[in-house]
Design a protein around this ligand. Structure first.
Ligand code: FPP
Length: 238
């Protein structure tokens, strides 16, 4: 039997701080080692034929962490983009950053724009990094976009009742990206934490006890094996 490979895998990368604390180090040490796991999972996803890999790197709520941790994470993001760009291009990875870009600093925004533009025609794997993102923010923005469109052209109100789920999908930051088939959360937590609330409606979810810096290729492959055992019914009877 063919291996059942999810088209879109998403990960809530959790446990960097605990991983560092277990080693008597600062939390940022965990984030730095977490970048290695990002690289490993990108490679494994491409090797396994996953088309989309999305990662929750920084939530809207994460802005409330101590200023020093926020700036370290942002610095790590810019540094990782500079360090990884060449390898990502070689592997044919298209990189997208999605979230509330207006809250990001100019250096972060320009690093993001540079990599998105350079990699936009790559075809092997699409890597989506959610940064300054929250699911409720995404839904609210979608509603605002729709309201603004109607305010600009009130004749659109006549067709509002015909609007279906697929047409509303286009107002989200994930427009054009298939919903995740599989979502993994590391560090054993059982929460969605305001991630893609709209898009995760029928996603298969797996929580693994591994802390993110320890989640490498073997762990990614083991998670895919779990997915292959799932029976997706989408509310129907089989
Ligand atoms: C969760 O661990 C992790 C984060 C909030 C940040 C994830 C960021 C990276 C792995 C590095 C940068 C990313 C890219 C894409 C280059 P936590 O701090 O919540 O850990 P804890 O729950 O143990 O405190």
């Amino acid at each position: 039997m063919d291996k059942k490979i999810p088209r879109h895998v998403s990960i809530i990368m959790d446990g960097n701080g605990r991983w560092a604390q277990e080693r008597g180090k600062e939390r940022v040490y965990g984030h730095a080692n977490g970048v290695e796991s990002v690289r490993a999972c990108v490679e494994a996803a491409a090797e396994e034929g996953v088309e989309y890999l999305s990662l929750f790197a920084f939530s809207e709520e994460n802005w409330n962490r101590p200023e020093s941790e926020v700036s370290t994470l942002m610095g790590l993001m810019v540094k990782s983009i500079a360090n990884e760009a060449e390898a990502l291009m070689k592997q044919g990875v298209r990189v997208m950053f999605l979230g509330n870009r207006s809250r990001l600093s100019d250096p972060v925004n320009s690093a993001i724009d540079g990599l998105m533009e350079a990699s936009k025609d790559n075809k092997t794997l699409t890597l989506i990094i959610f940064i300054s993102y929250s699911g409720k923010w995404d839904i609210l923005e979608a509603a605002k976009k729709l309201a603004r469109e109607i305010a600009a052209d009130p004749s659109k109100l006549d067709s509002l009742d015909d609007m279906d789920i697929a047409s509303f999908d286009k107002y989200f930051v994930t427009a054009g990206i298939p919903d995740p088939d599989f979502m993994i959360r590391t560090s054993g937590e059982m929460r969605i934490s305001n991630y893609m609330l709209w898009q995760l409606a029928y996603t298969e979810i797996l929580s693994v006890p591994t802390l993110w810096p320890d989640f490498r290729k073997p762990e990614f492959r083991a998670a895919l094996a779990e997915y292959a055992k799932r029976d997706r019914r989408y509310g129907k009877v089989k």
